[in-house]
Write a protein that binds this ligand. Sequence first.
Ligand SMILES: Nc1ncnc2c1ncn2[C@@H]1O[C@H](COP(=O)(O)OP(=O)(O)OP(=O)(O)O)[C@@H](O)[C@H]1O
Length: 246
Amino acid sequence: MAQWGKLTYAQKQCLGATGKLMMDARMISEGARIGIACSGGVDSWVMLQILAMRQRILPFPVELMILHVNPGFDSTNHSPLVDWARENGISAHIEVTDHGMRAHSDENKKRSACFYCAMLRRKRLFELCGQYNLTHLAFGHTADDLASTFFMNIFKTGNVYGLSMAEDFFGGKLKVIRPLMYLEKKTIIKAAKDFQLPVWQNPCPSAGATERSRTEELLTEIYGSNKNVKRNVMRALQRWQLDLTA
Ligand SMILES: Nc1ncnc2c1ncn2[C@@H]1O[C@H](COP(=O)(O)OP(=O)(O)OP(=O)(O)O)[C@@H](O)[C@H]1O
């Protein structure tokens, strides 16, 4: 790892845990063309940085492409991503949409704004993967996201669903992967600071007022009850989710 100089503890943890999960879940193989879904938030920035580093140490060639779908609240806030892509020689598709406004309009009668916006984004990301012949689409979900999704699904729908680590779509033409799911958010936040990544906030009127944020608050309270609870919840869910993948 001399090629990057001395990495901090958090940076090493991110690089190591991502590589381990990519192997455990057999995420990629030679010739993979990976679309990296970047929101500008801390998780997808770290995923991008780490995948760019892993690309250089993988024993086989893979291609990377940044995909950013701006929801339209601020049509220029993605400019640091344009600069980063140029400096790191990674191709990018960046587009400004009206997804945020549509999700908060009368067009969306039944769902929460968050759900609708995410649905439009996912549809667009899948289209872009087809357009650019990408074999993989990487999302920056973390172990914390796995836990909040798991409990939110139980509380809201009575179903046991997590977030898959690697899942085939369109008859195996596209694999959705989540390389950060062995990592806790707190480590990712530290690594983002150490890498000095230019994270930006999405100025969405619904930010912080979602079903997910309420579940996260509840989990934070439960985790606070004993220092092992969080680690045990994450480990259990990671093992379960990996078993479903393998
Ligand atoms: N506007 C976007 N363009 C491209 N990909 C996105 C966008 N928003 C979210 N994603 C992808 O979906 C994942 C989960 O989305 P979510 O809204 O939970 O992320 P976030 O918390 O806003 O940002 P991040 O996960 O990057 O910190 C992101 O990690 C990223 O991979």
